[in-house]
Design a protein around this ligand. Structure first.
Ligand SMILES: Cc1ncc(COP(=O)(O)O)c(C=O)c1O
Length: 378
């Protein structure tokens, strides 16, 4: 704690209502949609799902017909054999990574992968190695070196990465990644947390957008971000789903999601698939393009990590610099949070702008003008 304080990196909880939102993951405004709220409420009433809690874990009393209805719906929506719902994306990553790779397997993961991926790997029996962020040449080197040094000992190599990175907003070259994975006979696990709802036809993510689902062993989709509700699912084969039901401890040893949560997931997908959902997606894309235009107008492109997603990060090295700029923005009503070391590597501290379909052009322009003025003074 002392070290955190001295490095200005001490975390604390703050309530920040009524600010212009450039921070939440509510990219499409679903969490605040009255229409979606009413749809969820009506669905619960029409189907008489009058149960406040799930009452137990999925393997005991927490498995209802609603779970099956939602999982069947999700497997059709995402065109996969099976979908298994978890209480959150964190628990989904923990569940699959802690249980699936075995002692003689190897997991190779992007060095800036989300904490849930790294925590899952720290619990698993297999050895894991990092590759440089989005660097497929380095990934290939790591795979080849591991194969040479381990001889016949590796049963299976898993590659784990994200389709949109949460702190950088950038993406790997998914086409080249799947080719490499196929050539090297690896299994790909891809976290689509920040792509879901935003990219792909019907918002099904970047894997579907690139028509690569057949090459992916497991996709993790999370519902607390663009879907505006809560929970996550692992998409893959029926065999994978059966395996996780048996061995993923974050699935087994916890109370199942509440019926309300499940209805929210279902109705959020129906909403995403409606004109309201595609309208929100289109608006978000326009806002991302506008944001990048104003960044260029202010000659700030070099500061920003290249990204076409809703996450646009401006690197400002040094915790105190990034905190000061964030405070200037917050003072003027713009909620843009600083991302500090150790969440990101030191010297790559940043202001992370999360863009939304509901952000106006005026809000974007004003926030970027404040940023530009503050950057000149550093
Ligand atoms: C890439 C990534 N994966 C997983 C998660 C965890 O998802 P959830 O918030 O549903 O636990 C996050 C959330 O921050 C994330 O950014």
């Amino acid at each position: 704690m002392h070290q955190r304080k001295s490095e200005q990196a001490l975390r604390r909880l703050v309530v920040r209502d009524n600010y212009i939102d450039f921070t939440s993951n509510d990219y499409l405004g679903f969490s605040r949609s009255h229409e979606l709220y009413r749809n969820i409420d009506n669905y619960i009433k029409e189907n008489q799902y009058f149960l406040n809690g799930a009452t137990g874990s999925r393997l005991l009393t927490g498995h209802h017909s609603l779970n099956e209805e939602i999982e069947n719906y999700l497997s059709e929506y995402y065109a996969c054999e099976a979908a298994l719902v978890f209480n959150s994306g964190f628990l989904a990553n923990l569940g699959i990574l802690a249980s699936l790779p075995q002692r003689n397997d190897l997991v190779i993961y992007d060095e800036v992968s989300h904490a849930s991926i790294r925590d899952g790997l720290s619990l698993c029996r297999a050895k894991s190695l990092k590759f440089k962020h989005n660097d497929l040449l380095d990934l290939k080197k790591v795979i080849r070196r591991a194969k040479q040094t381990s001889g016949e000992k590796i049963d299976c190599i898993y590659i784990v990465t994200e389709s949109v990175f949460s702190m950088d907003g950038d993406s790997p070259d998914l086409m080249a990644l799947t080719e490499l994975s196929d050539d090297e006979n690896c299994r790909l696990i891809i976290d689509e947390a920040h792509a879901l709802g935003i990219f792909g036809s019907r918002g099904r993510g970047l894997i579907e957008d690139a028509n690569l689902s057949a090459h992916i062993f497991a996709r993790i989709v999370t519902f607390g971000k663009a879907m505006g509700c809560h929970g996550a699912a692992i998409l893959g084969s029926k065999q994978l789903s059966d395996y996780l039901v048996n061995f993923a401890r974050s699935f087994i040893y916890t109370t199942a999601p509440s019926p309300h949560s499940l209805c929210s997931i279902l109705m959020a997908h129906k909403y995403l698939d409606s004109d309201s959902g595609s309208g929100a997606r289109k608006k978000l894309m326009e806002r991302i393009a506008y944001f990048k235009e104003i960044v260029a107008e202010n000659s700030m492109e070099n500061r920003f990590i290249l990204s076409d997603s809703a996450i646009q990060s401006c690197v400002v090295p040094g915790n105190s610099n990034v905190i000061n700029i964030s405070e200037s923005l917050i003072d003027q009503g713009y909620d843009v949070r600083p991302i500090l070391a150790p969440t990101v590597a030191s010297n790559s501290e940043r202001l992370r702008f999360c863009l939304h379909s509901f952000n106006t052009e005026k809000e974007i322009k004003n926030a970027l003008n404040i940023l530009s003025e503050r950057l000149i003074k550093i």
